[in-house]
Each structure stands twice: as structure tokens, then as C-alpha cells.
Design a protein around this ligand. Structure first.
Ligand code: SF4
Length: 374
């Protein structure tokens, strides 16, 4: 059911049922594909990259708006089939810094713990799109989780553990509690941070059992919420965040700067203000990574800088995130508005990483890493 122009009665999408849509055919049946899209073309995208749209996100999509910023984040696009030179299957270099399965140890005082590579939604711009989804890296086995925890326990310099993935909040409260309790038992780990989209895309999942499971006894728990457009912060999403914060969990935000979604100072201002009004501290505004088939989302660093400078001074300092670039290849993050990022006469940027190494951005095309999925 696609190809022909049609008008969808407002609100009809919300009635598709309380079930996550997991294929292009299901999105088509729910009338969520753009009127000018051919389902058979998008099905090829769905074979290549995982698809999932939760009921909460499906209900937000206006199928009559070809530029809908929610649809753009979750509905496949044929542009995803075009991987450009310079794009990389592991754009931020997780694999180069993974001493044991599930651990990424890029900076001295913190590690990523990737227990699961499944998400409640699949973002079309995902920087780990080659690792997440049903055909992704899967969930750590019991033995792998033991090794990952042992790795953390054996390194006193690890002050913070960041659970990411995938989205760790897809795990059951029982599994989450087991992990937080094991981390709580490690004396030198002081902070446990969860990176998630769940409070926005599946707010009902944030119930008392889940909230309790996130709290690591004697440690500080942070939840970093990934949201990119103010419409994502629905009343249900705000209530889910309030349940976390009222339980003593600190919240910060993460937003990806995305062409056609939030590359507008007014939209970013509304989003940052919504975070602050809901007691969520704006943390990072990420420059989009060089993930394969995502060039239609990418702005230039100069465009991103101009947007962030527009926001500076106009809105409260509480509402200012740090605009950040993950240097391709795993060299770590750098604030884009810092002396470590300099624009050259050739239109490229010279970037100094935290260890003093120099990099060119965008990187030369020959640094591309082949897509292992072909
Ligand atoms: S929730 Fe995060 S890891 Fe999952 S698809 Fe979106 S960006 Fe990727």
C-alpha cells in the first residue's frame, strides 16, 4: 500500500495498536510510509538495516507531512543504501578500543559496557547501525558479562561505567538489577550511567520496577536521555523522566544534530528548554557520525557551529549543550567550539585530540572501512 498520494485522517496512526512495527511492510500497513515512497525500495533498506517504530513514536508521526521530523528519524529512506567514501562501519572506533567483548575502554577513567545490541526503535542515522538490531552483535552471554565485570573490577582507574549498546533499558528489570548490583559492589566505580531512548519512545516501560533496578546502591546513577526534537517530549515522556528524577536519578540529555530534524536554532532552543523545564541538564549536541548511508542527515561542521552560535546568548546558559564531535576512528570527543578545532583554507578542519594527535575532518576518503555486511 504505497506510491499513491493520500491524505491520512489526523490521529489515525495512533490506532494501529500497541505493538512495535518491525518491518517496512508493517509500516506500510500502518500508512506510515511517505506518499511518494515505493515500499519495495524501502524493503531493501529494511533488509540492510534494522527497523522498529514503537507505538509512541508512530503516534507522533504526521503521515501527511513529507518533512515530518519524527518520521525522518525512524522511517527508512532509500538514501540509506548509498554509502559514501569516508563513511565507516565503526565510525567512532569502538572495536579498536574493546579489550573484551562488551567493553569499550577509550578514556582512562571510564568504560562503556555494551550488554545488549537491541533497541526499542532503530534510528536511521544510528552511529552503531552495523552493530545493533536482530542481525547485530547480540546480547552478552553470562560468561562474557562475567569477563566484562571482571575487567572493570580489576582496574581501579575506572570511576564511571556507561551502559549503552543498543539500549540497555530494553533489558528486564531483573537483568538490569543484576548488573547494577554487580557494579555497586566494585568500590572504585562511583558513577553508573545509562544511555537510553526508552523514556521517550516507550515511556510506560519506565515503571517502579525499572526505576529501582537502575539504582546502584551507594553510587550515583545518571540517565542520559537521547531525544532530538521537542515533539518527542510528550506528556507521557515527561512523566517517565519525572519518575526517574523523583527517585533520585540525575538526568542529562544527548541530541544528534540532524539535517531535516533539528538543524534550526528555534527547534534546538525549544528542545533544550524542554529538557531544562523537565530537570534534564542539556549535555551533548553530537555532530552526526560518518555512519554508512547517513549523508542525508549530515551538516558541515561550519553549519553546526553557526547554529550553536545563534543559540549562544539568546537562551539561558542552562540550555546550552556542548557541541561535540567524535573524531572518526576512535580518537575521542572534542568540543567543536574550542581551539582544538580549526578551519583550514581548504575547507577541511584540523582537529587535535585529547592526546595531542592531529586529524583532518572530514577524513580522507581512503580511510573508509568497508561495510562488512556488503
Ligand atoms: S537508540 Fe541509539 S543505538 Fe539504538 S538505533 Fe538509535 S542511535 Fe542507534
Amino acid at each position: 500500500m504505497s506510491g499513491a498520494a493520500r491524505m491520512i485522517p489526523a490521529g489515525s496512526v495512533a490506532s494501529i495498536g500497541a505493538r512495535t512495527l518491525r518491518s517496512v511492510a508493517e509500516l506500510d500497513d500502518a500508512l506510515l510510509l511517505p506518499p511518494d515512497a515505493r515500499a519495495e525500495d524501502l524493503a531493501r533498506v529494511g533488509e540492510r538495516y534494522a527497523v522498529a517504530v514503537t507505538p509512541a513514536m508512530a503516534a507522533l508521526i504526521d503521515p501527511n507531512d513529507p518533512s515530518d521530523p519524527i518520521a525522518r528519524q525512524f522511517i527508512p529512506d532509500v538514501a540509506e543504501l548509498e554509502a559514501l567514501p569516508g563513511e565507516q562501519s565503526d565510525p567512532i572506533g569502538d572495536l579498536a578500543h574493546s579489550p573484551v567483548p562488551g567493553i569499550v575502554h577509550r578514556y582512562p577513567d571510564r568504560v562503556l559496557l555494551k550488554a545488549v545490541h537491541v533497541c526499542p526503535v532503530y534510528c536511521r542515522f544510528c552511529f552503531r547501525r552495523e552493530m545493533v538490531g536482530p542481525a547485530g552483535l547480540g546480547t552478552l552471554t553470562t560468561e562474557e558479562l562475567d569477563r566484562a565485570i571482571d575487567y572493570i573490577a580489576g582496574r581501579p582507574e575506572i570511576w564511571e561505567v556507561i551502559l549503552t549498546g543498543g539500549d540497555p533499558l530494553v533489558l528486564s528489570p531483573r537483568r538490569l538489577r543484576e548488573i547494577t548490583q554487580r557494579l555497586a559492589a566494585i568500590g572504585h566505580v562511583r558513577v553508573v550511567r545509562f544511555h537510553t531512548r526508552v523514556p521517550v519512545v516507550d515511556p510506560d516501560k519506565v515503571d517502579a520496577g525499572l526505576v529501582d533496578a537502575l539504582k546502584a546502591s551507594g553510587k550515583t546513577t545518571y540517565v542520559a536521555l537521547h531525544a532530538n526534537h521537542p515533539r518527542e517530549l510528550t506528556a507521557d515522556a515527561r512523566a517517565a523522566c519525572a519518575r526517574l528524577i523523583d527517585a533520585g536519578i540525575a538526568m542529562i540529555s544527548q541530541t544528534v544534530l540532524l539535517k531535516g530534524v533539528n538543524d534550526d536554532a528555534d527547534v534546538l532552543t525549544a528542545l533544550m528548554r524542554a529538557f531544562v523545564e523537565n530537570r534534564i541538564r542539556p549535555y551533548y549536541l553530537h555532530h552526526p557520525d560518518l555512519a554508512p548511508g547517513t549523508s542525508h542527515f549530515r551538516l558541515g561542521l561550519d553549519e553546526g557551529r553557526a547554529l550553536v552560535e545563534q543559540m549562544r546568548g539568546r537562551i539561558s546558559g542552562l540550555c546550552q549543550p556542548t557541541y561535540i564531535l567524535d573524531i572518526p576512528g576512535g580518537y575521542g570527543k572534542v568540543p567543536v567550539l574550542s581551539p582544538a578545532v580549526r578551519e583550514g583554507d581548504d575547507g577541511c578542519f584540523r582537529i587535535r585530540d585529547y592526546r595531542g594527535g592531529e586529524h583532518i575532518y572530514p577524513p580522507p576518503a581512503e580511510s573508509s572501512v568497508a561495510n562488512e555486511k556488503g
